[in-house]
Design a protein around this ligand. Structure first.
Ligand code: ADP
Length: 369
């Protein structure tokens, strides 16, 4: 099958890596000639935000999908009208693209998400402190999100269309990945937990299974089902969740695609998020997602103050460790904060898992030559 993917980053790369077990042709559109997918796919250099570029790219494909949501949806609607299968639906992508529409979607569908006010400019702000401002468009990886705590902070407000959202008193940040095929079959992955210990600065760990109560588990499973029934779209979705100190779960946001919080599924689960996503693209029976053992993931992120040809310090030491798996994304140059790869780890207990992740974190540095 001719499968087109908008975006050529690491998510697309690992999809293709996984799908090599089958017989398909992957076509990728990305502006960067040396993106992660450029040399492992039928590659087209071009802007996935441009209507004509996306339309022309998609027209001869049997299915078109995405690995980034900031793409031209108008072209996807028109391709769909021409009979090209688009996964996920252009409608759900366009809702998720805008935080305002996304929040209204949760509200209309009865999906728990923090209270909010929509503003079009700073002067409209009238929401109880403290709150979180999230730009309607253009935010990603923590950009476009700021906490406003005090009346003095109000001056920092960005003067752009945004939502102002109640600040959740966070106990844990969790994520659930859920997939649906065109036959309507739905399968979730075991819930993962982001470990954020400011003292150890472990902001990059994602572990599975999450240590949560049965009540939390039930709330999250209900949210996943509600979301999928409301979205009415095949594909894979990552629902990012905030568990508050009173045990209530709130949806932070949803990605209509593969997600960083699912990377440990490559070795940690019976099947990975990449295998599952592939199956949704072909409307195949969905794969089992059972946990094999404790698993965790650590992002390899470019160190501050280093830019240029990447060098991975300490990787040999990590490769000597058992049940440890290195995944690099084929990016030649590092920049501060750039996601260059990740390392998955398996262990027999949560304690052993944390120990291994901390050891690795201390051994590996992503620097420039
Ligand atoms: P991004 O799209 O950049 O991932 P998010 O909307 O996920 O942005 O926000 C980034 C982080 O901000 C979250 O991971 C969470 O720690 C924090 N955050 C977001 N919304 C809230 C909220 N309502 N209350 C408290 N913290 C929040």
């Amino acid at each position: 099958m001719k499968i087109g993917i908008l975006g050529g980053g690491q998510l697309g790369r690992m999809l293709i890596q996984s799908a090599l077990s089958y017989d398909d042709d992957f076509f990728v559109l990305d502006p960067s000639l040396d993106c992660s997918c450029a040399h492992i796919s039928h590659f087209t250099q071009g802007d996935f935000n441009d209507y004509q570029t996306v339309y022309d790219f998609g027209l001869d494909k049997e299915v078109v999908s995405i690995e980034i949501e900031h793409i031209n949806t108008e072209a996807l609607f028109d391709l769909e009208a021409q009979g090209v299968k688009i996964i996920p639906s252009p409608k759900i992508i366009s809702i998720i693209q805008q935080k305002i529409l996304q929040k209204q979607f949760y509200q209309n569908k009865g999906i728990p998400s923090p209270d909010f006010q929509i503003i079009h400019s700073k002067s409209e702000a009238n929401f109880p402190l403290p709150f979180v401002q999230k730009m309607n468009t253009g935010g990603y990886d923590g950009k476009g999100v700021q906490i406003i705590r005090t009346p003095e902070d109000l001056e920092k407000l960005w003067d752009v269309p945004s939502i102002l959202e109640s600040l959740v008193d966070i106990d844990k940040e969790l994520s659930i990945i859920v997939a649906q095929n065109e036959n309507g079959e739905i399968k979730t992955f075991p819930i993962t937990e982001m470990v954020a210990d400011p003292q150890l600065n472990l902001l990059d760990f994602n572990i599975c299974p999450a240590q949560i109560s049965e009540n939390t588990q039930i709330q999250i499973e209900k949210i996943a089902q509600q979301f999928m029934h409301a979205a009415q779209s095949p594909g894979i979705f990552a629902i990012e969740l905030l568990l508050d100190k009173e045990g209530k779960v709130w949806v932070n946001e949803t990605a209509p695609r593969l997600h960083n919080s699912g990377h440990q599924s490559q070795e940690g689960n019976a099947n990975s998020q990449f295998e599952q996503f592939y199956r949704t693209l072909k409307n195949l029976p969905l794969a089992d997602t059972d946990i094999r053992t404790y698993s965790g993931m650590l992002n390899l992120v470019g160190e501050n103050e280093y830019s240029g040809k990447v060098q991975y310090q300490g990787l040999d030491e990590v490769l000597k460790m058992p049940q440890t798996y290195v995944h690099l994304y084929g990016k030649k140059d590092t920049k501060p904060g750039r996601k260059m790869g990740h390392i998955n780890v398996l262990a027999n207990s949560r304690e052993e898992l944390m120990e291994k992740l901390i050891t690795i974190k201390n051994k590996v540095k992503v620097v420039a030559e």
